[in-house]
Design a protein around this ligand. Sequence first.
Ligand code: GLA
Length: 607
Amino acid sequence: MTPVRSGLVNQTGVQLTIDGDHFRRNGEPHQIISGALHYFRIPAELWEDRLLRLKALGCNTVETYVAWNFHLPYADRPADFTGMRDLGRFLDLAASQDLDILVRPGPYICAEWDNGGFPAWLLDDHRAVAALRTSDPAFLDHVDAWFDELAPIIVRRQADRGGRVVGVQVENEYGSYGNDHAYLEHLRDGLIERGVSVLLFTSDGPSELMLSGGTLPDTFATVNFGSRQQEAFDLLGRVRPDTPGMCMEFWNGWFDHYGEQHHTRSADSAADELAGMLAAGRSVNLYMAHGGTNFGPWSGANAADDGELQPTVTSYDYDSPIAEDGRLTEKFHAFRRVIAAHTGSTPPEPPADQAVQPEREVDVDGFIALQAVLDQLEPVAAPAPDSFEHLGLNHGVVRYRTTIPGPISGEISITGLADLAELRLDGQLVGRLGGPRLDPGFPAAVDHKIPIEVGPGDHRLDVSVFSLGRVNFGPHLGSTKGLTRVRLDYQQLFGYEQYALELTEIPDLGRSDRGPSWQPPADEPGFHRASVIIDEPVDAYLALPGWQLGYLYLNGFNLGRYWNPAGPQQTLYAPAPLWRAGANELIILEFGDPGGRIAWRTEPDLG
Ligand code: GLA
């Protein structure tokens, strides 16, 4: 018996070992039936409920990544492990529900998460960016400092010390990115030196190149796929004959980018693939068992070869067995049947589904212009535009203010814009531009120039950039936010006052109420306020018909980005714990054109 440690649940030690081509758990042959669920995508008040649903699905293990940037968004502040960031509490809750745990601490996690989990401030260290995911100390020194803080939280909860962490991953699908094995070795050895004594493993996509780049000779290897399991396990078998076959990411659904169709995968097809793996004695981690939500600005993006951003939507429902709001889907029941038939034991009953607020519509009745909020900030001067990262911003708005001497007529063009921008000349909107081609209201900056004509004297040009998620996968990983150049015809405009507004949390806004006949101003981005009284704090799905693009905040919590013309997602999930019985405040930050009311739907609309 392992003694009980303070702060840990009372568990006897669990031992997971490899015996030829299968696992043993406390000596008995064992198959890992795991489900991915990311604590950073679920309000902490709902962790327990979601873990209970995962148990009810039939999983014996839960898997989570750790998102570095979620804990350490600012280089000069201590890491945050409280509330929704309380990783230790999440691991303890999983253990208290009799689940084994796999932890994937990165430092790179991909996961459709901003910057693949790397903190924004890392991108301001140019040597580190050039050396991202390599053995260069310019990058590794940052990782080592982070792992020094993170590792103890995981280590003390390992199965051989009375907790339930049975495995820890080294990097993430490294073979899809690079081939610096010294880097992987450094990470693995660093985990061991910091006390990781349970199973270490790598995980990679199903190709020879991926498996050769991402595996280490004496570290357990796993493979990721959505279908064609035989091919994938054959490939893995070539690199690793005679070790257990495990799919570390069985993609039972998929994520959505803005402007694309909503992805779904049939319950039958996914359940058949799962049944095949279990029958063949494989171990599996369902990616995702429960996807959750990219609250705030945390959803990531892909990038096309030419760098055009493909930002990921707010919902991370993933068409997974346990829906974004916890509902049990057809896929849940199909998987539960497959697992129960395979193991011969019926999993516990799931908790009841949550109630949903009824349909209603609410008017906005307050407004503060974004420009007025930016005016209150202390500007940072620079000859050429700085990146968001250099200005210390995770996500939000930067207003780049410069001067145009008149009289002159010409065309303004912008380079290096991956996100969205609006241009104002002496306060008047003169145009909008976008990085991605997703919204006709923001024509692509690479194709469009904005004509201007001004009289004598100095004129103020404001270019306000609104960031979308950072790239989380592929060669464009490490791309910064902001813009690189503003030109008037062939001439670069230099000399900026830069106003940087962080929107991870709601900024401080003054009060400003209007009468009932008040209409939100067009052409003026800003914060629109609405108040609503509710009886019971239960789940809601909020739609913003007619609104264009921005963030929605509930009682100060950033529910995520909406982008109606781009779609496919049309409602934002507003989970029960964020509501209060009585008065609630909703704030919409609209960066394009405002709509009318806020509408409550009784069903999610993911497109
Ligand atoms: C890869 C990554 C995951 C995730 C999936 C796609 O497998 O390892 O983090 O990005 O792709 O959802």
